[in-house]
Design a protein around this ligand. Sequence first.
Ligand code: ADP
Ligand code: ZN
Length: 726
Amino acid sequence: MNTPSSILKNTFGYDTFRPLQNEVIENVLARRDTLAVMPTGGGKSLCYQIPSLLLDGLTVVVSPLISLMKDQVEQLRAFGVPSVFLNSSLSPQEYQENMDAVRRGEVKLLYVAPETLLTPRILSLLSTLKVDLLTIDEAHCISEWGHDFRPEYRQIVEVRKKFPDAVCMALTATATSRVRQDIRQTLKFATTNEFIASFNRENLFIEVLPKQDPSRQVTEIINRYKDQSGIIYCFSRRQVDDLAAYLAVKGHSVRPYHAGLDDADRRKNQEAFIRDDVQIIVATIAFGMGINKPNVRFVIHHDLPKSIEGYYQEIGRAGRDGLPAHCVLLYSYGDVAKINYFIDQKEGDERRVAIEHLNAIVRYAEDEHNCRRKPLLNYFGESYSAQTCSNCDNCNSAPTPLTDMTIPAQKFLSCVKRADEKFGAAHIVDILLGSKNEKVLRWGHEKLSTHGIGRELDKKQWMYLARQLLSMGFLKQEGEFHTLSLTDKALESLRKREPIFGVMQEAGGRVQKKGTKEKAAELEYHRGLFAILREKRKEMADAAGVPPYVIFSDRALIEMAAYFPQSQESLLAISGVGQVKARQYGEAFLAVLTDFCQRHELKEKPKAAETTRDKSDANRRYMVVGEAYNGGDTVAALMERYRVTAGAVLDNLTRYVNAGNRLRDGSDLRSLTTASPAQQKAAFDAFDEMGTAYLKPIFDKLNGALNYDDLKILRMLYLIEQEKHS
Ligand code: ADP
Ligand code: ZN
């Protein structure tokens, strides 16, 4: 017997429903008219796609976005769901073929544009069939109070009357209560069956940065997402063209998109983005309405958006697949003035509303304390009560206490002076730390009075201090070698012995600065394998003439690169791999996986159908273990406490270090290993050469002289050593 959950798993390959999906589906199956309001990426499509497979008759989906219909149908067919679309983009012949397929009852889902639905030809076709579900997508278009009113939507009511037995479902991502009421009344819903999902998109990391040097800032962000897709929004067409040209010159894969380009170019650029032929689109706000690309990893606002509503819609295009995505707004007060200039040309109500919108987004951008999600969600009438979301800049930034750093600052500045203002920061730090490296000796700097006077701080702390002195205007940096020299401000400050306040880092250079970190991606996976899988996907997508995400989602590839499935059965455990996809693409991907795993001697890892809770518990375990170890617990004590092997404790400690934490000294670990000093040295050399990610190559290199537990211990010691030297 098929149920919504069995279809979710077997057809679509997903383990769990997203919030409200199941409730909406059950409600529709109980033949109650349903209005579902969910954010972009909330998973609205499955809400009618799953019922369509459980109902006898046809499901008709009305959608105003012609460009999305083809995409939806391609995705459904890849999952093995028989579906077609009818709209003006089809040739007469294709149109006829699709009509015939519907007439023969071969189709479960029919997508139509509203104006198509209203043609006598379609109405007469539908009158010969059993229509069980009528879905109205983008249902806010039905309301004059909505921002995107389409008169032809109103006539859908007439169509509804022709299919009195069909249950009706309306879907939208934006609807005020007034619009919701309008939708229900217009469509003559029998009861008030409304489902409103939270608009909180947990996977979006939301950040506002002061706009200083936007081209450089944009470059820095996109460099972090190499080979990944992203959108950059600009205020004007000219800015779009300038920025796109700048990025192209810098070697990025980028195209512009705005209303000034002719239709063909716009379509071409959008298509290239969707197909992963181009990674980045620089656009005015016109871009994004008609696209469904799930793997957009970042959205950058190069300029201030005009309203919170627009801003939220635009960042909503990131991370539809539920994987972490990054949203950055570059904010400067100059942009406010620019928008004000345009507002000043408006009058009356329009002007008043525009000013209100602008004020709201400015308040949002200038707020440095409250969670970013609060004002965003409040704006949509949702209260956000969590203390911290842990996924926005304000929640993740530590307060930055300023400390008196007069003494170290004076040491640094006078060392720059003593070295005749001819050297960069790294050399100055070497002198302060008393290094006798070749360069120090060559210049006789071991004889300077400042040599070795800075041992109270480590190298990272000194470098951080140097950057602050630069940004505070005490130092200038010039030339190819970033030579440092003192400014007048520094000379004066030294003479007057003025106190200097700033932010001091802890030893090792961790945390402290008011900076923000994104949540780490949940799953650790093999990047090299992921890249190979992506290539395979692209190759197959191009051959089939569809966007890559139609074949498999990024999430699916990430899971493959984490669990190394090597049989059809294990492949089916991967998120987004249903039975039809496994059959159709499984073989090709398994060949890649098996080959890679053989060459790298990787074994399949079982993917348990874990709940979110399990996942986060497992995710936290290594933190708890690492913290306990640093608190003085021995490995033996931890084995006892968690009833696990030494190997498991070591795995947790390794993860702890890889996550950027430090371990107390390794004396306890050293006592555990049976390796001789010579073996230890050989292992360290091997880590130098081959990295620490995989132990198998190290094991081989040492001809199996050390077992894996020993190698894990040595890897920890190696990482601790590295930490000390970095
Ligand atoms: P919306 O129309 O609400 O913007 P979609 O229906 O396009 O969202 O879904 C966004 C993405 O999330 C799609 O790639 C879809 O396959 C995926 N998705 C939907 N429901 C689930 C689920 N329960 N588990 C995993 N992925 C899902
Ligand atoms: Zn927050």
